[in-house]
Design a protein around this ligand. Structure first.
Ligand SMILES: [Ca+2]
Ligand SMILES: [Ca+2]
Length: 175
């Protein structure tokens, strides 16, 4: 919310300066000769270019500042989706607040690595992060376990023991 207000304030600031520069240019143009007007026009465009550079820099810094929550390096070891079957077809549903994502299915392995990430720019400390591990099947997928935590600032590694066997590992960063 604070960053959004800053962004709006930045746009208002730049807009006011743009209008002011335009008015100054128009007034000067009326008063001066054509040669002088060209100089003013050049100066005007230089000022506008510098303002645009400033705007781009601010937008880039806002984008970096809003990275929020990132969940990554998600993998499992030793999952056992069916009795007597050590290989699984695992995938993970990750969610935090309104943000959610589902990984691809990694077929026929008890040790899947998932490369998908969950991003949530509005996350804050204490938010509930949940990862559900499934085994893909023909009709009904099996829920192998749920791994959940209330997120805290910084980078943290987590793992959970899955009830059907094996472990789920993941890392998250909350900035
Ligand atoms: Ca199964
Ligand atoms: Ca399966």
């Amino acid at each position: 919310m604070r960053l959004s207000r800053l962004c709006v304030s930045t746009f208002i600031y730049l807009f006011i300066h743009l209008i002011r520069a335009l008015l100054v240019y128009k007034n000067k143009e009326r008063e001066k000769s054509s040669a002088e007007a060209r100089c003013i026009e050049t100066a005007f465009y230089e000022v506008m270019a510098s303002r645009l550079c400033l705007l781009l820099l601010i937008l880039c810094s806002l984008h970096v500042a809003q990275c929020g929550l990132r969940v990554y390096n998600v993998y499992a070891r030793g999952i056992r989706p069916d009795p007597g079957n050590n290989n699984g077809d695992g995938y993970v549903k990750m969610s935090c607040g309104p943000a959610s994502t589902t990984t691809n299915v990694v077929f026929n392995t008890p040790n899947p690595n998932w490369h998908e990430e969950l991003h949530y720019s509005r996350a804050s400390p204490g938010n509930y992060l949940e990862l559900r591990v499934y085994d893909k099947d023909v009709i009904f997928d099996d829920l192998l376990g749920i791994c959940a935590t209330n997120i805290q600032k910084g980078t943290r590694k987590h793992y959970c023991n899955l009830p059907t066997g094996g472990y789920l590992y993941f890392t998250y960063t909350l900035s």
